[in-house]
Write a protein that binds this ligand. Structure first.
Ligand SMILES: *Cc1c(COP(=O)(O)O)cnc(C)c1O
Length: 388
């Protein structure tokens, strides 16, 4: 029998998706009006325990709005990680602001030691504003990414933000369902600890609406402004009056129909993903030169993406592993090219970027869909055991 293709991360639509989408079509509520959008917002807020949620077209749009409701303007700078998907950083530029790139730590999230060092040594607090000594610009915010569903160190990040008066935007696009189980932020979900957080429901994420996103916050004012900006900044429901430049970013009822059905299954997906991760880990630990990156043990992670670390002992390097697995019909991918090395960002400031370069060289993401079977995992591990 010929081996079937095993994709990296694909949707799992075996719940009530068809039922809800059919209802949306039958009732002819297919656009941004319709009951599912509000319901999806409410249920998301309940799930992550935030004061409210504002839907949007995708995670990128959500981040664009999140930065604006935190007061980031074209004259500002935002500290961002360099090891992330470019959609985390592009919205800084959409606003006309500039990113300053930070290194990652061993969880692949922003290095909080270097972040603190940068704020202390390279910046100065002037009238409560953090001013970058080099550019003389106001650093308004730090944007953190919970990479692959693994929680960034929010305790340290919030302390630093407090000391240096920074807004905190959480790119939790990969981390819906991840929360602390211990410590100061026990029971708090990724996305709900900073000033504002954003989830994504792109097709490769743990739950999907085809394309979609959600902005969450505990600050009523921020939520209100986010809703305003995502719905064309109408200041009146009937007359066409607008008090600022808004966007057509609201989610449609069709997307929300999918989202509701997906949210009902999220906890099951996380259980499956955790089990699959444990199985991979158990099997991979016997292969010299390979290991899986850990998820933090003071959290319940959503186990979204599995990161295979390849060191020198293994006979193949990163690119060879990807090519080899592809020949075995297994889809694998490197992590993202560093954002500070991408053409639009070559002139932006960076701070001691070192670990990100190393991890980039050594990590490959391997199939992690919640559809993945035990047989799939055992097959992939067998391939990794005898590379030729
Ligand atoms: C997926 C993702 C985004 C963007 O989300 P979209 O819904 O695809 O726009 C942003 N940041 C990170 C880290 C992501 O993984």
């Amino acid at each position: 029998m010929s081996q079937k293709f095993i994709p990296l991360s694909v949707p799992n639509l075996k719940g009530r998706e068809l039922e809800y989408v059919t209802h949306a079509v039958k009732t002819e509520w297919v656009s941004t009006g319709g009951p599912y959008v509000n319901e999806f917002e409410e249920k998301t807020a309940t799930y992550v325990n935030s004061k409210g949620a504002v839907s949007c077209q995708n995670g990128t749009a959500g981040l664009h709005i999140a930065l604006q409701v935190c007061g980031v303007t074209k004259d500002d700078e935002v500290i961002v990680p360099t090891l992330t998907f470019i959609a985390a950083v592009n919205p800084v530029k959409y606003i006309g602001a500039e990113p300053v790139f930070m290194d990652c730590d061993d969880s692949l999230a922003i290095d909080t030691n270097k972040l603190l060092e940068f704020c202390k040594n390279e910046c100065r607090l002037v009238d409560g504003r953090l001013i970058n000594k080099k550019t003389k610009k106001h650093i308004r915010a730090v944007l953190v990414v919970h990479v692959f569903g693994n929680m960034a160190d929010m305790e340290k990040i919030m302390e630093i933000a407090d000391e240096f008066n920074l807004q905190v935007v959480e790119d939790a696009t990969e981390a819906i369902g991840t929360y602390y189980t211990k410590g100061k932020y026990k029971d708090r979900h990724a996305g709900t600890i900073g000033n504002v957080g954003v989830y994504s429901y792109n097709g490769n994420k743990i739950i999907t609406t085809g394309g979609g996103g959600m902005i969450v916050s505990d600050d009523d004012k921020l939520l209100k402004r986010a809703k305003h900006l995502t719905t064309q900044a109408k200041s009146d429901e009937i007359y066409y009056t607008h008090d600022e430049i808004g966007y057509n970013y609201r989610m449609t009822n069709l997307q929300a129909a999918l989202g509701l059905a997906q949210l009902e299954q999220l906890e099951d997906f996380i259980k499956t993903k955790k089990n699959n991760y444990e199985l991979y880990k158990e099997k991979i630990k016997d292969i010299a030169g390979l290991s899986l990156l850990e998820f933090k043990d003071n959290t319940r992670s959503n186990y979204w993406f599995y990161a295979l670390n390849i060191d020198k002992e293994y006979p193949l390097n990163r690119d060879e592993v990807i090519k080899y697995l592809s020949s075995k019909k297994v889809q694998a991918r490197p992590i993202w090219g560093l954002i500070n090395e991408q053409k639009p960002y070559l002139n932006n400031q960076t701070y001691k970027i070192k670990k990100a370069k190393q991890y980039l060289e050594h990590i490959v993401n391997i199939p992690c869909s919640s559809n993945l079977t035990k047989e799939d995992i055992l097959y992939i591990v067998e391939c990794l055991k005898k590379p030729k």
